[in-house]
Design a protein around this ligand. Structure first.
Ligand code: MG
Length: 306
């Protein structure tokens, strides 16, 4: 675990990447044994990380105190993306049940969204919570196009879109409708921008493999979302930001670090396809990396945005 894992390493592309690194830090493989790992989320108070193993219909829990991994929830309804809200509650996207849920402090489940205008959602994929309590999620169709990560089903919506759930009454609004397969999403540290990945290239040759940046209006709507980056190896599935506004995104060859304008600063090579990342540890300076069968981590000289 503490040796150098074959296929890992750092590739600075811009000088600015070097200040993000700790000279002797290495990528560690914390655990392996999943079919498709995605949706990591850090729980600071409990000192553990949760993530989804989508095809195995379970959520796993890595314990920082002893490094053990156990099953947190099974069945998980083929959960995918997860996040934590300001009250420390788990918010999850579920493919099988085609919904976004919140796990309350007493363990009960509250459905935050499962339909839009009377029709079922596709298969919510990734989710973030804004400081005002609104819940933003993407709804591509990956969970219903085959039986592997959910139940195959006919799409009811008129496409794959991004939604916002209002904190007051759980009213759901569609905030964009010009994505092919909206996937990862995250706010800038000041919440002036929402970054959204489009992984449309997964099922449409030549389709988008982009991250777009939208301005966020006070009324909960989004401005235009110009493309700021196109992935040069695979897809930007999920990503998180650090306090300086850099994006740390999944790709086929590892984690790509982009500045806030989308310029590629460098890569952390990982020997499996990466799906998503999150910052954790008491100082949020440890990047947890979900990559196909495994969970990896690396300490960085940056801190995750709160
Ligand atoms: Mg995703």
């Amino acid at each position: 675990m503490f040796g150098v894992i074959e296929g890992t390493g750092f590739e600075p592309i811009d000088e600015a990447f070097n200040e993000c690194l700790i000279g002797h830090a290495r990528v560690e493989r914390l655990w392996t044994g999943a079919r498709w790992s995605e949706g990591p989320v850090w729980f600071a108070a409990g000192r553990y990380l949760l993530w989804s193993d989508i095809p195995n219909n379970r959520m796993l829990r890595w314990d920082e105190t002893d490094g053990s991994v156990s099953t947190f929830r099974a069945p998980s309804n083929n959960s995918n993306g997860n996040t934590v809200d300001q009250q420390g509650r788990l918010v999850s996207c579920e493919h099988l049940t085609r919904r976004v849920t919140r796990t309350e402090h007493d363990g009960s489940i509250t459905v935050l969204a499962d339909t839009y205008q009377g029709k079922r959602l596709n298969s919510p994929n990734d989710v973030v919570v804004k400081s005002d309590g609104s819940v933003w999620f993407t709804d591509p169709s990956y969970g219903i196009i085959m039986d592997y990560e959910g139940d195959r089903a006919t799409i009811e919506q008129d496409g794959c879109h991004v939604y916002r759930v209002a904190p007051e009454d759980l009213a759901i609004t569609r905030v964009t409708n010009d994505y092919l397969k909206p996937n990862g999403l995250a706010f800038s540290p000041d919440e002036k921008y929402l970054y959204i990945a489009d992984t449309g290239a997964s099922h449409q040759p030549g389709g988008p493999a982009d991250i777009r940046r939208h301005s966020v209006n006070d009324n909960g709507t989004l401005g235009d979302g110009p493309v700021i980056a196109t992935c040069d190896n695979g897809l930007f599935d999920g990503f998180r930001l650090d306090r300086q506004g850099r994006l740390w995104s999944s790709a086929a060859d590892g984690v790509h670090c982009l500045n806030s304008d989308g310029k590629l600063l460098g890569k952390i090579h990982v020997p499996e396809f990466v799906s998503n990342v999150c910052f954790g540890g008491p100082k949020l300076n440890r990047l947890f990396i979900c990559a196909t069968t495994s969970l990896y981590s690396v300490y960085l000289n940056v801190n995750g945005a709160r």
